[in-house]
Design a protein around this ligand. Structure first.
Ligand code: ADP
Length: 646
């Protein structure tokens, strides 16, 4: 009993409190206005029952007195009052809906912002790689865009509940006065029991939905991939449509099966039981009112009042569509958002000091604007992804001298990108530390540090926005000038292409938009390079390029690197590549293997040493001579042809 009560408290009361706490987001005038409207709209039917019953009771004496008699005038007055109440309700109901929708918009808007803050507010990206956090997030945000179930609709629904219950109390008072207070109490209990059956069923039913979130996410993914533009080419060329359609059907079946099964179990038997209870009680109260009338204890008005109130009250024993469904799903969405926030904080905290070896976070310091002036250092850095035992970096020591270009090479999976993620604080080292001019990076605010760094990730984002936006995103905090954007484009070797687009720099870089244009893979890579050069122009001190030329052909790549060294002279830059041939111009080359630095020096020094670098360099050079690139792909001699294919 105790555990049932606790679970009811947890599933019915706590989330409702969560919804009530959202109300201030709508603003108090809206909350008070809607509450008053709900109460008035709730009480008007009771007034209508009262007035029509008086009409019924007044008919005999009015007929006896004839038209023109005071009794007739009384009947007409009461009838007009009843009609007025009816009309008022008709007028207020749409107003109630309209105010409810305004509340919904206001609350959902605030919640969307909260969800955005929750997802973007984490310093690192570990929470967005965590299954539990992702499930909670997907469950939360799905309802935010639902017109009927959103948390905002739940707020309006919660207030609407007041109207319904005030109405029930109104009918109960009427029954108490005309019949007995016992009858009134029995009626209220019967209505609540019946509602409990229905409402509790809805709770269990919607919980059944939350248990199949994984299947739902998969079904949504399959549908979006199959129908979206990203996979449109492969869908057709590989003939994947049938495969995706079958898997989608499977996922939907897996999702709906348990829910349909639950639905039958949850609703059918309780429905029969609670309906029977409701009917028996209603019949009992009606019989008692009828008997009093037959015995002459109550008059015609009271009889009409009693019958109407009982019937209307019993009708309150079911679902409240304007309230129950939105409240249920809205509560779930809010709970899911809270679960995401909690899980995200938990994952971040877990990553912050996983082994308990890093010690307390040092006291906050600000960096000099020109940092790094001496060097960036990885000191004994160890790192493994959460949920995996493998150490991707294992006691890595690495110095990136300020003002020089350090190339980091290593085979696929050696941990090069991971190193960039640690440097940009998207993940925290499991052990060891990263320092900038001797200061532990943990002592520096992550946002402040990121303004010193400009990165192009291997999987940089191709924003479906204007070319200018795509470039200026390198430094949004700085006021944009057309000259700086053009300059960055020019240095990245993409100026002519952009100038040739239908609206130049204002052209949206996607054909999905009117007047938009698509770029080739290599052209996109140059846009990304321009983005990072723009950031340098705006004051970034460190430039990290992760495989910046993978979509360029060998000639364009060689040209790019020669230019790159010129463009970034004096900048602390990190160049990551698995193509050993492409980094020879760097000031220093570092070879990463097995989570550590295994060799470092200049190109010539490393070749002379005859170690891993020399071996892999020669291997790739041989491939190159055979017409294959570092990945074993055939090299296309024609620059334009390769770009068009990318
Ligand atoms: P590189 O850039 O050298 O090719 P990465 O740093 O991308 O290598 O990856 C190093 C290793 O870490 C790989 O084995 C990869 O599978 C693993 N890894 C990368 N990202 C994640 C992640 N988000 N979660 C778990 N493992 C990851």
């Amino acid at each position: 009993m105790r555990t049932r009560l606790t679970s009811w408290w947890q599933s019915a009361v706590v989330p409702r409190r969560g919804i009530a706490q959202l109300l201030p987001a709508a603003g108090w005038p809206l909350v008070v206005g809607l509450t008053v409207l709900d109460l008035v709209v709730g009480l008007l039917p009771v007034a209508f029952v009262l007035l029509t019953s008086v009409v019924v009771g007044a008919v005999p004496s009015a007929v006896e007195g004839g038209s023109g008699s005071p009794e007739w005038a009384h009947l007409v007055r009461v009838f007009l009052a009843a009609a007025g109440v009816f009309l008022l309700r008709q007028v207020l109901a749409p107003l109630q809906t309209a105010v409810g929708v305004r509340m919904q918009r206001a609350v959902d808007g605030a919640l969307r912002e909260r969800a955005i803050r929750a997802t973007l507010g984490t310093v690192g990206i570990a929470p967005l790689e965590d299954q539990r956090a992702l499930d909670a997030l997907s469950e939360a945000t799905r309802e935010f865009d639902n017109d009927f179930h959103s948390p905002g609709a739940a707020c309006a629904g919660l207030l609407a509940l007041l109207g319904r219950y005030v109405q029930l109390v109104g009918y109960a008072v009427v029954v108490g006065v005309v019949a007995s207070w016992w009858a009134a109490a029995a009626l209220v209990v019967a209505v609540l029991v019946f509602r409990y059956g229905q409402r509790g069923g809805l709770r269990r039913y919607s919980t059944a939905w939350s248990l199949v979130t994984g299947h739902r996410r998969r079904a949504t993914y399959l549908r979006e991939v199959a129908m979206g533009p990203a996979a449109a080419k492969e869908m057709r060329v590989f003939g994947l449509a049938g495969w995706f359609s079958d898997r989608y059907t499977e996922a939907v079946t897996a999702m709906l099966g348990p829910v349909t099964e639950q639905r039958r179990r949850i609703y059918f038997a309780p429905y029969l039981l609670y309906t029977a209870i409701g009917l028996v009680v209603a019949a009992g109260v009606l019989v008692s009112i009828g008997r009093s009338a037959a015995a002459g204890d109550i008059g015609l008005t009271a009889l009409a009042l009693g019958i109407q109130s009982v019937v209307a009250a019993i009708a309150l024993g079911g679902y409240y569509p304007e309230s129950d469904v939105p409240t249920q799903y809205g509560m779930q969405a809010v709970s899911a958002l809270r679960a995401f926030e909690a899980r995200a904080a938990e994952v971040e905290a877990a990553e912050e000091d996983r082994d308990g070896t890093r010690g307390a976070v040092p006291e906050r310091v600000h960096l000099a604007p020109e940092a790094p002036a001496a060097a960036l250092r990885f000191e004994g850095v160890t790192f493994g992804y959460l949920g995996s035992d493998r150490r991707v970096l294992d006691g890595l020591d690495l110095e990136l001298p300020a003002g020089l270009c350090t190339a980091i090479v290593g085979v696929n999976g050696a941990g090069k990108t991971t190193l960039v993620k640690l440097l940009t604080r998207l993940h925290e080292p499991t052990g060891g530390r990263i320092t900038v001019d001797g200061t532990d990076l943990r002592a520096v605010d992550a946002h402040e540090w990121r303004r010193h760094v400009s990165v192009i990730f291997q999987d940089f984002v191709r924003y479906e926005l204007s070319a200018a936006d795509n470039i200026a995103f390198g430094a949004v905090a700085t006021a944009r000038t057309d000259a700086a954007v053009r300059d960055a484009a020019e240095k990245a070797g993409i100026l002519d292409v952009v100038d040739g687009l239908p609206s130049g720099f204002e052209t949206p870089l996607s054909r999905s938009y009117e007047g938009g244009a698509d770029l080739s893979g290599g052209q996109w890579q140059r846009i990304a390079i321009a983005r990072s050069l723009y950031a340098l122009g705006a004051g970034a001190r460190v430039l990290v390029l992760d495989e910046p030329t993978s979509a360029l052909d060998v000639r364009a790549e060689a040209a790019f690197f020669e230019r790159f060294v010129e463009l970034t002279r004096g900048v602390t830059s990190v160049l990551i590549s698995h193509r050993f041939s492409s980094v020879r111009h760097a000031d220093r080359i570092v070879v990463v293997d097995g989570g550590r630095v295994v060799e470092q020096g200049t190109h010539d020094e490393l070749l002379a040493t005859g170690g891993t670098y020399a071996r892999l360099f020669h291997l790739q050079a041989e491939r190159f001579a055979a017409g294959l690139d570092a990945d074993g792909n055939r090299i296309e001699p024609d620059d334009e042809l390769t770009e068009a294919r990318a």
